[in-house]
Unconditional design. Structure first.
Length: 170
Protein backbone atom coordinates (compact mmCIF):
# COMPACT_ATOMS: atom_id res chain seq x y z
CA UNK A 1 0.00 0.00 0.00
CA UNK A 2 2.81 2.42 0.85
CA UNK A 3 5.48 1.12 -1.53
CA UNK A 4 4.70 3.84 -4.09
CA UNK A 5 5.25 6.59 -1.52
CA UNK A 6 8.52 5.12 -0.30
CA UNK A 7 9.76 4.65 -3.88
CA UNK A 8 8.79 8.23 -4.75
CA UNK A 9 10.77 9.62 -1.80
CA UNK A 10 13.71 7.35 -2.64
CA UNK A 11 13.78 8.67 -6.22
CA UNK A 12 13.79 12.27 -4.98
CA UNK A 13 16.64 11.47 -2.57
CA UNK A 14 18.68 9.88 -5.36
CA UNK A 15 17.97 12.65 -7.86
CA UNK A 16 18.87 15.42 -5.43
CA UNK A 17 22.05 13.91 -3.99
CA UNK A 18 24.15 15.26 -2.37
CA UNK A 19 21.52 17.80 -1.26
CA UNK A 20 19.39 16.95 1.76
CA UNK A 21 15.75 15.96 1.32
CA UNK A 22 13.03 17.03 3.73
CA UNK A 23 9.70 15.16 3.77
CA UNK A 24 6.75 17.32 4.85
CA UNK A 25 4.10 15.24 6.62
CA UNK A 26 1.35 17.84 7.21
CA UNK A 27 0.72 16.24 10.62
CA UNK A 28 -2.55 18.08 11.19
CA UNK A 29 -4.20 15.73 8.69
CA UNK A 30 -2.69 12.53 10.14
CA UNK A 31 -3.36 10.31 13.13
CA UNK A 32 -0.48 9.32 15.40
CA UNK A 33 -0.29 5.94 13.66
CA UNK A 34 -0.09 7.61 10.25
CA UNK A 35 2.63 9.99 11.48
CA UNK A 36 4.71 7.03 12.67
CA UNK A 37 4.20 5.20 9.36
CA UNK A 38 5.11 8.30 7.32
CA UNK A 39 8.26 8.87 9.39
CA UNK A 40 9.33 5.25 8.93
CA UNK A 41 8.78 5.48 5.17
CA UNK A 42 10.83 8.68 4.99
CA UNK A 43 13.72 7.09 6.92
CA UNK A 44 13.62 3.87 4.86
CA UNK A 45 13.69 5.94 1.66
CA UNK A 46 16.78 7.86 2.80
CA UNK A 47 15.28 11.26 3.63
CA UNK A 48 17.37 13.54 5.82
CA UNK A 49 14.55 15.44 7.55
CA UNK A 50 10.89 15.10 8.41
CA UNK A 51 8.85 18.27 8.83
CA UNK A 52 5.54 18.81 10.63
CA UNK A 53 3.78 21.06 8.14
CA UNK A 54 3.87 23.52 5.29
CA UNK A 55 2.27 26.17 7.47
CA UNK A 56 -0.85 26.19 5.31
CA UNK A 57 -2.75 23.32 6.98
CA UNK A 58 -5.37 23.50 9.70
CA UNK A 59 -2.63 24.00 12.31
CA UNK A 60 1.15 23.85 12.58
CA UNK A 61 3.48 22.17 15.03
CA UNK A 62 2.49 20.61 18.32
CA UNK A 63 4.88 19.18 20.87
CA UNK A 64 3.15 15.82 20.78
CA UNK A 65 3.74 15.45 17.03
CA UNK A 66 7.37 16.60 17.22
CA UNK A 67 8.07 14.17 20.08
CA UNK A 68 6.39 11.32 18.19
CA UNK A 69 8.39 12.12 15.06
CA UNK A 70 11.68 12.29 17.01
CA UNK A 71 10.98 8.97 18.75
CA UNK A 72 10.21 7.36 15.40
CA UNK A 73 13.10 8.66 13.28
CA UNK A 74 15.78 8.41 15.96
CA UNK A 75 18.75 10.73 16.52
CA UNK A 76 20.26 10.70 13.02
CA UNK A 77 17.36 12.25 11.07
CA UNK A 78 16.41 15.91 11.45
CA UNK A 79 12.98 16.97 12.69
CA UNK A 80 11.69 20.38 11.66
CA UNK A 81 8.83 21.95 13.60
CA UNK A 82 7.11 24.40 11.29
CA UNK A 83 4.05 26.53 11.90
CA UNK A 84 2.75 27.64 15.27
CA UNK A 85 6.20 28.57 16.62
CA UNK A 86 5.51 32.20 17.42
CA UNK A 87 7.47 32.97 20.60
CA UNK A 88 10.45 31.85 22.67
CA UNK A 89 8.36 29.52 24.81
CA UNK A 90 7.01 27.74 21.71
CA UNK A 91 10.53 27.46 20.29
CA UNK A 92 11.98 25.99 23.48
CA UNK A 93 9.14 23.50 23.79
CA UNK A 94 9.68 22.29 20.22
CA UNK A 95 13.42 21.91 20.74
CA UNK A 96 12.77 20.09 24.02
CA UNK A 97 10.36 17.76 22.18
CA UNK A 98 13.06 16.88 19.66
CA UNK A 99 13.07 19.48 16.89
CA UNK A 100 16.47 20.14 15.34
CA UNK A 101 15.15 23.00 13.18
CA UNK A 102 12.32 25.48 13.47
CA UNK A 103 10.27 27.05 10.71
CA UNK A 104 8.92 30.39 11.87
CA UNK A 105 8.26 33.91 10.75
CA UNK A 106 8.67 35.16 14.32
CA UNK A 107 12.45 35.10 14.63
CA UNK A 108 12.68 38.58 16.14
CA UNK A 109 9.95 37.84 18.71
CA UNK A 110 11.67 34.57 19.62
CA UNK A 111 15.03 36.27 20.13
CA UNK A 112 13.44 39.02 22.24
CA UNK A 113 11.91 36.29 24.42
CA UNK A 114 15.31 34.64 24.72
CA UNK A 115 16.59 37.78 26.45
CA UNK A 116 13.98 37.27 29.20
CA UNK A 117 14.83 33.58 29.60
CA UNK A 118 17.70 34.31 31.99
CA UNK A 119 15.25 35.75 34.55
CA UNK A 120 13.00 32.65 34.70
CA UNK A 121 14.56 29.68 32.88
CA UNK A 122 11.96 27.21 34.16
CA UNK A 123 9.00 29.28 32.96
CA UNK A 124 8.98 27.87 29.42
CA UNK A 125 8.06 24.43 30.82
CA UNK A 126 4.87 25.61 32.51
CA UNK A 127 1.84 24.84 30.35
CA UNK A 128 -0.64 27.54 29.60
CA UNK A 129 -4.26 26.53 29.93
CA UNK A 130 -6.30 26.23 27.87
CA UNK A 131 -3.52 24.24 26.38
CA UNK A 132 -2.12 25.93 23.29
CA UNK A 133 -0.17 22.81 22.38
CA UNK A 134 -3.28 20.69 21.88
CA UNK A 135 -4.58 20.53 18.30
CA UNK A 136 -8.15 20.32 19.55
CA UNK A 137 -7.86 23.85 20.96
CA UNK A 138 -6.89 25.29 17.57
CA UNK A 139 -9.20 27.76 15.90
CA UNK A 140 -8.50 26.06 12.57
CA UNK A 141 -10.06 22.73 13.56
CA UNK A 142 -13.02 23.48 11.31
CA UNK A 143 -10.71 23.03 8.28
CA UNK A 144 -10.16 19.37 9.12
CA UNK A 145 -12.14 16.47 7.68
CA UNK A 146 -14.77 15.28 10.17
CA UNK A 147 -12.92 12.07 11.12
CA UNK A 148 -9.73 13.96 11.99
CA UNK A 149 -11.69 16.64 13.83
CA UNK A 150 -13.16 13.89 16.02
CA UNK A 151 -9.75 12.22 16.45
CA UNK A 152 -8.16 15.39 17.83
CA UNK A 153 -11.20 16.34 19.91
CA UNK A 154 -10.97 12.92 21.59
CA UNK A 155 -7.28 13.58 22.33
CA UNK A 156 -8.29 16.78 24.08
CA UNK A 157 -11.01 15.03 26.05
CA UNK A 158 -8.43 12.52 27.34
CA UNK A 159 -5.91 15.23 28.26
CA UNK A 160 -4.29 15.03 31.70
CA UNK A 161 -5.19 18.69 32.28
CA UNK A 162 -8.93 18.18 31.65
CA UNK A 163 -9.94 17.57 35.27
CA UNK A 164 -7.84 20.37 36.69
CA UNK A 165 -8.91 22.89 34.07
CA UNK A 166 -12.30 21.50 33.04
CA UNK A 167 -13.89 24.96 32.85
CA UNK A 168 -11.91 25.53 29.64
CA UNK A 169 -13.23 22.34 28.06
CA UNK A 170 -16.92 22.93 28.74
Amino acid sequence: KYDFIKEDIKQVVQASAPAHVKVILETCYLTDEEIVKACKLAVEAGAHFVKTSTGFGAFGSFEHHVRLMRETVGPDIGVKASGGVSNFKDAMRMVNAGATRLGTSAGIVIMEGAKLFKYAPEAWLEPEIPCHTCPARSASMAKLPKALYQYYTNMCLKCDHREKYNKFYE
